[in-house]
Design a protein. Structure first.
Length: 330
């Protein structure tokens, strides 16, 4: 990235969660609480945090894939579509299908291998998208799809296969090829390499990164693996119990974490050449149905103060390029 960054997405005080059944009654449980950040053009923005902290829920809402039991309660997700900004929380699915999905923003869901229709050959997945969005005929769509599959290191005959005839890694690469097909401005990738063997993981990440660089697009990469973030992301969001607790440049965050949760997360990572046992992060994340009052990290925090138990820390900007939600910095 060079110069002043251009914003392509602006997420403002986003709050969303799930309707859950409890006995005879339905209750709403927050999974993402008051989250604000921007996505810049030509960057790789990482999202990290423990299992259940709301990473997948956040990217689903960023894509605008909000289906029962998921609902958005507050906030906005503006995306720059090239000829104006659209709030993805306000437009309906039909509009998103015709104008937004695949073209402006695409999404590689967690366990995305299951998104392929088992009754459709791979070529029909491509043809459908290309016909809807570009009005091109089947033969052209076929040629374009083959190019994309070859780009992903797949063989041409994959195009004639049904999803179940392909290995997990191959299906994952097909889903990624589909996501990149329309050259979208933003690609959301939720744990795109989890469950793949190491060699395939490297290839998948390389494809995503090459595409991002080639088109100066934005890649939002969810991974619980800080090692992957250290290798490929420019900026990093750390989430805890549905909250964004820290955001900044990845290298700065890893070399000098500010939020006590980030510090514990980094500290628990194995370090090269260091054979001593790493300190684990003690305790468990809270149950989102009844999160602790004040700072949600306070029951696990070694620096907890009185104020942390009663008042939620606001986002605090430090050094101009880091935002941390922690009373230690107020
Ligand atoms: N369909 C659903 N219905 C009800 N609650 C859900 C649903 N999906 C997720 N949740 C809850 O929302 C919270 C956030 O889940 P989410 O999947 O976003 O977390 P995550 O950070 O992506 O976790 P992981 O690292 O395991 O993928 C969790 O408490 C989870 O139990
Ligand atoms: S606000 Fe308090 S409890 Fe929360 S992380 Fe900071 S010091 Fe710890
Ligand atoms: Mg997830």
């Amino acid at each position: 990235m060079s110069g002043y960054p251009e914003t392509v997405m602006e997420v403002d005080r986003l709050r969303g969660g799930y309707i859950q059944q409890r006995g005879d009654t339905q209750v709403y449980v927050d999974a993402v609480s008051s989250v604000s950040f921007r996505v810049y053009r030509d960057e790789v923005l990482g999202i990290a945090g423990e299992s259940g902290c709301g990473k997948s829920t956040l990217v689903k809402i960023l894509y605008g894939l909000v289906k029962y039991p998921l609902i958005v309660r507050e906030g906005s997700v503006f995306i720059d579509g090239g000829d104006g900004k659209i709030d993805l929380t306000k437009v309906d699915d039909d509009y998103k299908k015709r104008h937004v999905w695949w073209r402006i923003i695409s999404y590689i869901p967690q366990n995305s291998m299951s998104v392929l229709n088992p009754l459709q050959k791979i070529k029909d997945h491509f043809a459908e998208n290309l016909r809807i969005h570009m009005g091109i005929d089947k033969a052209q769509a076929y040629r374009r799809a083959v190019d994309y599959l070859l780009d992903m290191g797949l063989q041409e005959d994959v195009i004639d296969a049904y999803p179940h005839q392909l290995s997990g890694g191959m299906r994952q690469r097909v889903v990624i090829a589909l996501a990149l097909l329309m050259k979208p401005r933003v690609v959301l990738a939720d744990e795109p390499t989890t469950g793949l063997d190491v060699i395939v993981q490297r290839g998948v990440l390389q494809n995503l990164l090459e595409n991002q660089k080639r088109f100066k697009s934005s890649l939002v990469l969810v991974s619980h693996d800080i090692g992957i973030h250290a290798m490929v992301t420019n900026r990093l969001i750390i989430m805890y119990a549905g909250k964004l607790v820290e955001i900044g440049n990845t290298n700065d965050i890893i070399s000098d974490p500010k939020h006590p949760y980030t510090e514990a997360l980094i500290e628990s990572l194995p370090k090269l050449g260091d054979k001593s046992l790493r300190k684990g992060l003690g305790g468990q994340p809270p149950d989102l149905r009844s999160p602790p009052k004040g700072c949600r990290f306070h029951p696990r925090c070694p620096f907890v103060m009185d104020i942390c138990r009663s008042r939620e820390p606001p986002p605090i900007e430090i050094n101009g390029n880091r935002v941390v939600s922690c009373w230690l910095y107020k």
